[in-house]
Ligand binder design. Structure first.
Ligand code: KE4
Length: 426
């Protein structure tokens, strides 16, 4: 590892727990020391030691247009002339709400917040307030941010650090959360048979991407919709990651499965801190100041973040880069599969649009247990070989790679050359 990043990390560790402001950045999943980034442009990061990396993390999703896109940069600069935060309603919030309602099928009303965690936390509280019930169903390996009720068998950084159940969550909270295996309809039916009118909501990442990328079996999401309707429970799609990425309307538009509430984030911030929850007006109107469910935020709807997010959404709506992103994703996934196959290395590369992940196993991964059983040491070896050759994958086999419109064909080909070399090493 280079010296400037090492120096910075040593300093950071004295001041910030683990030296990072979000655990998954610490490389605990893959080993080694994280590099520090000093700038980002297009599909590249430049490290503190001027190493240029092809970035397949894309700041964990928001940078779908690549980093530092000039039109997003300009939108923020223009908004900055008017100040940074007003603490009153502003016109940009209306424009953002209009855009989200326009492009996300199930959203009739929307409330902005500042992170995906706030969005899912608010969805849970709203579902409980709307139904008067307490229990929540979530799925093993799904990660919905660091919400007390949802840090139970969670994915992403919690799983990477080997503690999918965080300390600090009172048993009284955890017992209100029912954790089920993904892709198992009978498990959901059984849970409702047992706890029927106690269950306020099902919350699901419709394409789980926090224990690697797991694709729902045909009809699975439809079954969740039917069961939630049958038992008058709220169906919450956590589209913080998939929203606006797999299509402008997310998984709900792709599959035609309509949730009651949707948690959003990442892309709608254009790289600035933004989350949002949206859904049926009948439910959303239970939020304060209209209804009894309190939810708030000093910087919610911040004008700079709105400007960045509005520009990001406009470009997605007007330019529709999704076919090109699908081509990039499928080309990269097919190339990696072929490289592994030629070497007789068992590897699954699930891919959807500009999202893909690597599971070192023979079988298709359909749930958390199967994801756990993969050969993570092989991923870690590939991760470090690629990093040394200038390609940055997410620093955990429980994460998902993201591709942006800035990852043009030559970059994909260059990446595959480096993947080929990396696979020669295992
Ligand atoms: P934030 O609070 O980190 O903005 O969003 C939480 C969240 C909610 N729902 C889903 C489906 C998510 O993927 C996330 C956050 N994603 C992780 C990456 N797997 C963020 C990276 C990190 O924790 O630093």
């Amino acid at each position: 590892m280079s010296s400037e990043s090492l120096n910075l990390f040593e300093k950071a560790k004295k001041l910030i727990p683990g030296g990072v402001n979000s655990p998954v950045r610490a490389f605990r999943g893959v080993g080694g020391t994280p590099f520090f980034t000093k700038r980002a442009d297009g599909c590249h990061l430049t490290t503190a030691d001027d190493q240029e990396l092809i970035d397949y993390v894309c700041t964990w999703g928001p940078a779908i247009h690549g980093h530092n896109h000039p039109m997003i940069h300009e939108a923020i600069a223009n908004a900055l002339k008017n100040g940074t935060s007003f603490g009153t309603p502003g016109p940009a919030e209306v424009e953002m709400a209009e855009l989200i309602v326009e492009v996300v099928p199930s959203v009739e009303k929307v409330r902005m917040c500042n992170s995906g965690t706030e969005a899912t936390m608010s969805c849970i509280r709203l579902a409980r307030g709307f139904t008067g019930r307490s229990k929540i169903i979530k799925f093993a390996g799904c990660y919905h941010g660091h919400v007390d009720s949802l840090l139970v068998k969670a994915g992403s950084g919690a799983l990477t650090l080997g503690n999918p159940d965080s300390a600090g969550i009172p048993p009284s909270f955890a017992q209100e959360t029912i954790v089920l295996p993904f892709n198992d309809v009978d498990a959901v039916r059984h849970a409702f048979f047992e706890a029927r009118d106690e269950i306020a909501a099902i919350i699901v990442e419709p394409y789980p991407a926090n224990c690697g990328l797991i694709l729902p079996q045909p009809g699975y999401l439809n079954s969740l919709r039917e069961i939630a309707t049958e038992y008058h429970a709220v169906l919450i799609f956590d589209e913080v990651m998939t929203g606006f990425r797999l299509g402008i309307g997310g998984v709900q538009e792709m599959t035609g499965v309509t949730p009651d509430l949707t948690a959003m984030g990442k892309i709608i911030g254009g790289g600035l801190p933004v989350g949002a929850l949206g859904g049926k007006a009948e439910i959303m109107d239970h939020l304060a100041p209209l209804g009894p469910v309190y939810q708030a935020g000093t910087l919610s709807g911040n004008p700079l973040a709105m400007a960045a997010g509005i520009q990001s959404l406009r470009m997605l709506r007007d330019l529709s880069p999704y076919p090109a992103l699908e081509t990039s994703g499928s080309t990269l996934a097919a190339g990696i599969r072929s490289i592994a196959h030629d070497r007789g290395i068992p590897l699954q590369v699930p891919q959807a649009g500009s999202m893909l992940s690597l599971f070192f196993t023979e079988e298709t991964v359909l749930n958390f247990e199967q994801a756990l059983a993969c050969k993570h040491d092989r991923f870690n070896s590939i991760f470090h070989h690629l990093l040394e050759s200038g390609v940055y994958l997410p620093p955990s086999s429980y994460e998902t790679c993201f591709i942006s419109t800035a990852h043009e064909q030559p970059v994909i080909e260059q990446t595959l050359d480096k993947v080929n070399s990396a696979f020669s090493s295992i």
